[in-house]
Structure formats: C-alpha cells, structure tokens
Design a binder for this molecule. Structure first.
Ligand code: A3P
Length: 291
C-alpha cells in the first residue's frame, strides 16, 4: 500500500495537497470576527457550511452564485492562507485538521460538527474512491477500514480528532453539533447556530435556509454547481481537478450495508469507551438518534 497522506507540521493532510499551502493555512493568524467550521471529513461539513452561508446571506441559496459561495467558504488546507485573506467577509473557514491545529483567537467562533464513526468511515470510503490519486482505496472496503481505525487516512485518527474537539466543547466560542442532531431537528440546529453567531433571522429567512439545506435541494443543486465551478476555476497551478460528491446518500446508519459484524463491534466499542470518558456527550449530541 502507499501512503495517502503526508505530514505537515505534525498533522496528517491529503498527500496531493501542496505542503506550503497547507502550512500557510495552519499559520494563519485568526481574527476576532472569524468563523471556523471544524470537522473530521465526511461529518456533515458541507451541510452545516450551507446553513452558516444562509445565515450570513439572509437566506440566499448557495447556487445563486457558486463562485461567491466558494469565496465565502474557503477550504483552508486546500487553498491556503490566501483564500482566507481574500475571503468575502463575513465568511466561514472550513478546516479538517484537529482542533489543536486550527488557528486560534479568543473571540473567533468555532462551529464544530461531529458524526458517528461508522457512517463517517463508510462515507469517507466512498469519497476517497472518487479521487484518482487514491487508487489504493479502489481496492476493498476492508482495506480502507484498517487504515481508518489505525488513523492512516488524511486528517488522522477519528477518535483523536473527536477528542481534540471535545476538549473544547465548553469554551464559550465553541459550538458543538452533530450530524445526527441535524437529521433529527434541523430547525433547532439552525436556530442554535444563529444564536451562537448572533445573527437575527426571521421566519422567511429561516424557511429559505431550511429549504436550501434539505437533502433533496442540496443533492440536486449543490454537487452540480460545486463541480462545475471547480472545473471552471481549475488552472495549471492546480494539481488536480475532478468532480467530487459531497452529497451522497445523506442518511444515518448507512454503515450497515458495508460493514461486517466484527467491524461494527470494534467501532461501537471504541465509541462506547470514548463516551464514558466524556460524560454528557451522548445526551448533548445524540439525544434521540439511533446510531
Ligand atoms: P454520506 O456519504 O453518508 O451520504 P462532508 O460535507 O463533511 O464531506 O460530509 C458529507 C456527508 O454529508 C455525506 O454523507 C453527504 O451525503 C452528507 N450530506 C451533505 N448534505 C446533506 C444534507 N443536506 N442532508 C443530509 N446529509 C447531507
């Protein structure tokens, strides 16, 4: 097998990213009005990003102008510090490195989204298979599973990442939400994020945000617009350009079709151990969800 990540300043990032670009993002000096979206890949990042975008734009849909959307929601590790400096403000900065690597400012806000590891693992598997350079994963789910539980994927070990976020769950400038919570009560999550970001919204705006964040809407509009825009923007300085699916099945419990009993047990056990260490986390993040 080949490594599918590289280590930049001590943290694992996709190996096809430019190391200097990644480093520039890690060295960005956070500003008091920054909003960071923090997540392990495939945890619902794009979903919460769209909610934040809607809140910052009076309910405007991302597909009205995808170029604008992308310039307001830069992916820091991929596009570097320049993409943050040139960002339309107020915007949100997406980062996947563990929390302790994210630029910190006591007044900046951090919206963290987490998702149960079984669905993350399956979603990640399908995602990396779309990346030509990850030929290694074109093999079998079992191969990917081994890499996932050993932290041998971009952004490293899921549980270490989760811990890095949970260590900050009580910080006043940190909001912790879960993918499963969004599925159970999207309205509640949107209101929570609005309050956290001090954004006034009204019924009309809220309805628009809910529509634009629905799975059907995003599946239909987001990936197409996102990929078209990405393809248009690509130039010779980019090392890759290919369509990626950010909106796939969008359900909780999709893991059951992919994992065998042993794999399920292993991740369930790890998660149960983790939950024991962080009292209250289950109630906070998965109040009604069946994982
Ligand atoms: P699946 O692969 O399980 O379908 P990220 O944005 O962090 O890469 O996460 C992608 C995951 O979020 C994918 O999970 C995708 O389908 C899901 N997702 C994106 N938008 C969604 C929505 N509006 N409703 C439900 N799930 C959504």
């Amino acid at each position: 097998t080949q490594d599918v990540y590289q280590i930049v300043d001590g943290t694992k990032v996709p190996y096809h990213f430019n190391a200097e670009t990644v480093r520039s993002a890690l060295n960005y000096e956070a500003q008091p009005d920054d909003i960071f979206i923090v997540s392990f890949p495939k945890s619902g990042t794009t979903w919460i990003e769209n909610v934040v975008f809607g809140l910052l734009n009076d309910g405007k849909a991302f597909d009205d102008d995808m170029g604008y959307y992308l310039s307001q929601t830069p992916y820091a590790e991929r596009f570097g510090q320049n993409s943050i400096m040139g960002m339309v403000r107020p915007g949100s900065i997406k980062m996947h490195v563990p929390f302790n690597y994210i630029p910190h400012h006591p007044k900046a806000k951090y919206v963290c989204i987490i998702r149960n590891p079984k669905d993350v693992c399956v979603s990640f598997y399908h995602f990396v298979r779309e990346i030509p350079l990850y030929a290694h994963f074109n093999a079998k789910f079992n191969t990917f599973f081994e890499d996932f539980i050993h932290g041998n994927t971009p952004y490293g070990d899921y549980f270490e990442h989760l811990r890095s976020i949970c260590d900050h769950k009580d910080d006043t400038n940190v909001l912790l939400i879960s993918y499963e919570q969004m599925q159970v009560d999207l309205t509640g999550v949107v209101l929570k994020v609005a309050e956290f970001l001090n954004i006034n919204q009204n019924k009309e705006v809220l309805e628009k945000i809910l529509e634009h964040a629905s799975f059907t809407y995003m599946k239909q509009k987001f990936d197409k617009a996102h990929n078209t825009c990405h393809a248009q923007k690509s130039d010779k300085s980019q090392t890759f350009s290919f369509p990626l699916t950010f909106v796939r099945t969008g359900v909780a419990g999709n893991w059951s079709s992919q994992m065998n009993d042993e794999q399920v047990q292993l991740l369930d056990q790890k998660m149960a151990d983790f939950m024991r260490e962080i009292p209250g986390l289950n109630e906070l993040l998965w109040p009604k969800a069946k994982l």
